[in-house]
Ligand binder design. Structure first.
Ligand SMILES: C[S@@+](CC[C@H](N)C(=O)[O-])C[C@H]1O[C@@H](n2cnc3c(N)ncnc32)[C@H](O)[C@@H]1O
Length: 208
């Protein structure tokens, strides 16, 4: 059997001691990420009953689980990921790499223009630890998510997009401000302090 490295042992110890991991397990959520969305949604009331929600980078599926509960029987949740996701009742799933036009097109087919209330993107590339590689990959995913949001959101719709501070970040914030009336950056408690991730919260999409 392959031996685990010291750093993976440390990661596993930290992971299982993490109160958000323990809470997610006891409450039946698919990942601790749910508490990031829950905190932001509690403050900002993003996801309302009857809403149409698009969840990008959805696997293993905690945000989709949460969105499904919030939108209720009259709402709709469409999720997409490059990884497979175990089926979630009431969630439509588009598999594939979001950078590919075919996947982008498949999502657009399911969600015609100007009908979506909330676009969520928790997409993050596999991090290599080398900033000059990771940062452009992360920025590209965030830019694509913003681009898709501009195509599917209703006027006054909102978007919550994971971003990493670094090269290209200020330009993305600027582009977001041109499309939405209220834009801010949030770092929920469940987001690990050592992680450079933040969430770009963009509210009140201006349909131009
Ligand atoms: C932090 S996880 C999302 C966790 C999720 N929000 C949840 O609540 O369970 C990031 C996800 O982004 C996905 N991802 C990364 N690059 C992607 C790409 N190019 N296309 C689609 N999904 C991608 C990963 O496969 C991963 O599942």
């Amino acid at each position: 059997m392959a031996r685990r490295s010291k750093s993976s042992d440390r990661w596993l110890t930290e992971h299982f001691a993490d109160p958000f991991v323990q809470r997610a397990q006891s409450e039946g959520w698919r990942s601790r990420a749910v508490f990031k969305l829950e905190e932001i949604d509690r403050r900002e009331r993003l996801i309302k009953p009857g809403a149409i929600v698009l969840d990008l980078g959805a696997a293993p599926g905690a945000w989709s689980q949460y969105a499904r509960r919030k939108v209720g029987k009259n709402g709709r949740v469409v999720a997409s990921d490059i990884l497979p996701m175990t089926e979630l009742p009431g969630v439509e799933f588009v598999p594939g790499d979001f950078r590919e036009e075919a996947v982008f097109g498949e999502i657009l087919k399911l969600l015609p223009a100007a009908q979506v209330d909330v676009v969520l993107s928790d997409m993050a590339p596999n991090l290599s630890g080398v900033d000059v590689i990771d940062q452009p990959r992360a920025m590209y995913l965030a830019e694509l998510a913003l681009d898709l949001a501009g195509r599917v959101l209703k006027p006054k719709g909102c978007a919550l997009i994971k971003v990493f501070q670094g090269n290209g970040f200020q330009e993305l914030v600027k582009a977001t401000r041109e499309q939405f009336i209220r834009v801010r950056l949030v770092k929920p408690l469940a987001s690990r302090a050592r992680s450079p991730e933040m969430y770009l919260l963009a509210m009140q999409y201006r349909l131009v």
